[in-house]
Design a protein around this ligand. Structure first.
Ligand code: 9MR
Length: 464
């Protein structure tokens, strides 16, 4: 997870140790063009996340968690936060398996997509038998309780999942929830916003990838209507379950861009593509390129880690084989992420001289400075780099990065992060050895989703 280019610069800087700290920091603030060596690092270079679905039952499998921890920085509970899991009996909530996943994610510096608050499927038995006002109230109470319980810990919620019908109608799917009235979806979004104002609220569905499909148009028209009427919706999730009968459409970029143009983020939320070898790899590449070409496509999640973890394992649809080896599809995704998108993000127009923050001034004990440099900026997020410079010989360092609410750090690279309970303070430690000779430096980076607050984060460094 290191960025070779920055490390080369660090060694160069060490060789010319007489350079002033500020000059050094400016030299290091050049946006890193180096390749990310993991999916999360490569995606973070363009301010995006790369995620996976996790099953609580597999958290004891070291190969599984090792890959998940190394490669992904956004986590979705595959089943553990669904309605049947979280409210097995009416009014009796059960968060233990959801918590196992959320806690694992947060302990490892990852964000969480919440899946899913309201859905016609995987309803608990008691809910399947309800109708009318009783069901509406039960659904709204479920949304409120679960979103409140996880408030502050969720990057984005799939508030409503799969509410449109397949086929040529472009209409809502019939379900007990739909029969409570056509406004059930907006009611769910309003309840979710009230419960967790800082989570992005998404509508999530499958078979909505091809722009010319009636289902895609149905969802598009709903989102357009919601935006026009002020219904609180922030994002649309495209599940992206592909196979030979349902291949990646050639107009995928058009679909993602048209939704983004409505003023919502788009996310690929459950990506898997059945197949193998170069044909599978090429299709994965096409999906990544479509996302990278849309500046509001904020991230990609694959629906599982290894082929054997998949809900359709026989189709070998994921990026790692059953033994945890990287497949050709993995390499094509990594390369596509590193190649960047056809939409060049707006470069940072000003690059002010960073101010070093000394710690341990004057002391003889191990000390370091942390210097923040602004990186690329987009409409909704910006990248930052922190340069750690040893002012004495040090054996390791740790750096805190504090962002101002409602800002959120949504991706990091070149370090190993942990978070405080508020989620505003990230402590970054070196991912390998933290030893630096006096005058030597290293860097790590992160992406801040600013939510309207452009204030720079404050940074500190402590050495040992
Ligand atoms: O991957 C999930 C699988 O383990 C469950 O058995 C299944 C039950 O409906 O749900 C799968 O996840 C689905 C997701 O929640 C919504 N989109 C389709 C996914 C694949 O079926």
């Amino acid at each position: 997870m290191t960025t070779p280019r920055l490390h080369r610069r660090g060694r160069l800087a060490a060789a010319v140790g007489g350079l002033a700290a500020a000059t050094l920091a400016v030299a290091l603030a050049v946006p890193a063009a180096a390749a990310g060596s993991t999916l999360q690092a490569a995606a973070a270079e363009s301010g995006r996340y790369f995620g996976t679905a996790i099953a609580a039952s597999r958290l004891s499998d070291g190969t599984y968690t090792g890959i998940a921890n190394r490669e992904f920085n956004m986590i979705t509970a595959e089943n553990e936060m669904k309605m049947d899991a979280t409210e097995p009996n009416r009014g009796q909530f059960s968060y233990s398996n959801g918590d196992r996943i959320v806690n694992w994610a947060r302990q490892n510096g990852k964000q969480v997509r919440g899946h899913a608050l309201a859905w016609h499927s995987q309803q608990p038995g008691w809910m399947q038998n309800l109708s009318g006002t009783d069901l509406r109230n039960a659904m709204l109470n479920h949304v409120t309780q679960v979103a409140t319980y996880y408030r502050g810990k969720i990057y984005a919620w799939d508030v409503v999942n799969e509410a449109y019908a397949d086929g040529s109608s472009g209409a809502r799917r019939d379900s007990n929830l739909q029969r409570t009235g056509n406004d059930w979806i907006e009611a769910a979004f309003r309840a979710a916003r009230a419960a967790d104002p800082n989570a992005k609220l998404c509508y999530n569905d499958y078979n909505t990838d091809n722009w010319s499909h009636a289902k895609t148009q149905g969802v598009y028209n709903m989102v357009k209507d919601f935006k026009a009427r002020g219904v609180p919706i922030d994002c649309v999730g495209f599940q992206a379950h592909f196979n030979s009968g349902n291949p990646v459409p050639s107009n995928y970029h058009t679909t993602l861009q048209n939704f983004a143009d409505l003023g919502v983020d788009v996310q690929i939320t459950e990506l898997d593509i059945e197949g193998s070898g170069s044909s599978q790899a090429q299709q994965y590449q096409g999906v990544v390129q479509a996302c990278l070409a849309v500046s509001r496509c904020t991230g990609i999640t694959v629906w599982g880690v290894r082929d054997t973890d998949s809900w359709r394992a026989s189709g070998t649809p994921l990026l790692f084989d059953g033994s945890g080896n990287k497949k050709a599809a993995y390499t094509s995704v990594l390369n596509a992420l590193n190649a960047g998108g056809t939409t060049t993000p707006t470069p940072n127009p000003t690059n002010p001289t960073p101010t070093p923050t000394p710690t341990n001034p004057g002391g003889g004990s191990p000390s370091c400075t942390a210097t923040y440099s602004e990186g690329q900026k987009w409409g909704d997020r910006f990248n930052g780099t922190v340069t750690i410079r040893a002012t004495t010989n040090i054996s390791s360092w740790q750096s805190t990065v504090t962002v101002r609410s409602p800002q959120k750090i949504i991706a990091t690279w070149n370090g190993s992060p942990t978070w405080d309970s508020s989620g505003n303070v990230m402590t970054m430690r070196p991912s390998g050895s933290g030893a630096l000779a006096a005058g030597q430096s290293t860097s790590f980076g992160f992406t801040v989703q600013h939510n309207g607050n452009w204030t720079w984060p404050s940074v500190t460094c402590a050495a040992s």
